[in-house]
Design a protein around this ligand. Structure first.
Ligand code: 4AD
Length: 451
């Protein structure tokens, strides 16, 4: 079906010409002898208004109501109405799919909680249209950044038999009816959905150099918070012949690139978030894109928290993981912007992180941002075979299942480092959306996997 996207029409410099749009009616109202239909096709936030002589289109207009899909052709003219430059003087109107009066998205503001219950329809709202366009722009910007920096895009497996983070948060994978058929384990041993593509990314990094993966990851943690999903997307670069400093610099450049890309590509959607969702969203991104991230070690950060005099639900203490309230306090109140916290105690971090000379801390880094807390977790990897084996043993893990991972340290080991960006947390930060469930079209969280 030939059609013009509303986004393209509205970016024309002047009226004139015949256009055809196809989309969904947001509102339909009647004036003196004319009917006004606001149409949205998802290509941009703005609707375009079609104005039709009621008498000439009586038969089709009667069935067009909010939510209906339709196609309209007519001349693009300057609009006398306020708030829009152009409108369509409709010659032809075709109803494509009617929407009866029980259509749930009648024109009024709905709560985000209600919209989650109708996630199949919420892409048709202004807010979710804007979230999904920003998300798409950010995803494209991910690839653009790494391509420009010479990283190869690799695909790591979703089904795996090793728990990368060692936190026991894997969903298990089995064939339905497998046990009945006498094959308890389809893959010969217990398998699950990956929590991270890192270990495999490291293997390829030790051959191709700088690589990244960007795919879905899964965690069976029973956290019902505004920052956790059971299924989320992670961007994981892995850099060869690099240490923690290069890793931190890459993370900072990468985030700035994402923020600049959204500002440049989605000004209308960002203005919407700024006005309706988080006042100051644009200024915040602009400021971050043009200033340096702060850096602090974990030990210094805990000192700052202890000295702060702030009443935290969990008292900060060396050796304990930073809670979300601590992360936010550091980013919001102490540093007033993104902060990279490095060198965490080894006991609260994953086995693969490189041990520092002090024997107590590892070359880890988390990037914390205001409003969300941690959006990136990364580290320099342990490249010393003996230390890595020692680390696995000390946390009670058998080294045998990791033979393939350890082989990269046995043969031609080299320093390397990487990180994981929680893509939804990044969307959350950019848009100012309060709940991570509203940054992905169909969120999966404990007890919810509808749609
Ligand atoms: O800090 P994490 O667990 O790091 C890793 O998985 C490493 N293997 C990454 C690497 O070095 N290649 O997770 C990375 C990021 C977190 O900073 C957070 O933004 C996000 O993933 N994340 C989640 N996002 C949504 N829901 C969850 N349940 C998340 N868990 C982690």
């Amino acid at each position: 079906m030939k059609r013009n996207r509303i986004r393209d029409i509205l970016s024309q410099t002047q009226a004139g010409g015949i256009v055809t749009v196809a989309g969904w009616a947001r509102t339909v109202r009647s004036g003196k002898g004319v009917t006004f239909i606001e149409i949205n096709d998802g290509s941009c936030l703005a609707n375009i208004q079609a104005v039709a002589e009621t008498a000439a289109h009586d038969a089709s207009l009667g069935k067009i109501s909010t939510g209906a899909s339709l196609r309209v052709s007519g001349r693009l003219v300057d609009s006398p109405g306020a708030g829009q430059r152009f409108e369509i003087a409709a010659d032809e109107i075709a109803l494509i799919g009617a929407a009866p009066p029980d259509y749930p998205l009648q024109k009024k503001r709905h709560s985000f909680e209600f919209l989650r219950e109708i996630a199949h329809l919420r892409p048709r709202t202004n807010t979710f249209g804007a979230v999904l366009r920003v998300r798409s722009a950010m995803a494209q910007a991910v690839h653009e950044f790494f391509r420009n920096h010479g990283f190869l895009y690799i695909h790591t497996p979703i089904i795996t038999t090793s728990d990368c983070e060692g936190a026991g948060e894997m969903f298990s994978v089995s064939a339905s009816g497998g046990e009945a058929a006498g094959t308890a384990h389809f893959f010969g041993k217990p398998a699950g959905l990956t929590v991270s593509g890192q270990l495999e990314a490291e293997l390829v990094c030790m051959a191709l150099g700088d690589v990244y993966t960007f795919g879905p990851t899964f965690r069976a943690e029973n956290s019902n918070t505004s920052r956790h999903l059971s299924e989320f997307w992670m961007v994981e670069p892995e850099m060869a012949f690099a240490g923690l400093d290069e890793d931190a610099r890459l993370a900072e450049d990468f985030l700035k690139h994402l923020f600049r890309a959204v500002l440049a590509e989605c000004p209308e959607d960002m203005a919407f978030f700024d006005k309706w969702v988080f006042n100051g969203a644009i200024e915040r991104l602009e400021k971050i894109a043009s200033s340096g991230f702060s850096r602090v070690t974990y030990t210094e950060a805990v000192g700052l928290l202890e000295k702060s005099g702030e009443k935290f639900e969990f008292a900060p203490a060396w050796g304990a993981d930073l809670q979300s309230e601590h992360e936010r306090y550091l980013a919001e109140r102490v540093f007033g912007g993104p902060v990279i916290v490095t060198d965490y105690p080894k006991d609260i971090k994953a086995f693969y992180m490189k041990l520092n000379d002090d024997g107590r801390t590892v070359r880890a880094m988390d990037v914390l941002v205001p409003g969300v807390g941690e959006i990136i977790g990364g580290s320099q990897r342990e490249d010393d075979l003996e230390k890595l084996e020692g680390r696995l043993r000390s946390i009670g893990l058998d080294t045998a299942p990791y033979w393939w991972y350890l082989d990269t340290r046995r043969y031609g080991s080299a320093p390397h480092a990487g990180f994981g960006l929680g893509f939804e947390r990044a969307v959350q930060f950019v848009t100012g959306m309060q709940n991570i469930r509203d940054t992905i079209p169909f969120p999966r969280v404990p007890r919810h996997a509808d749609f």
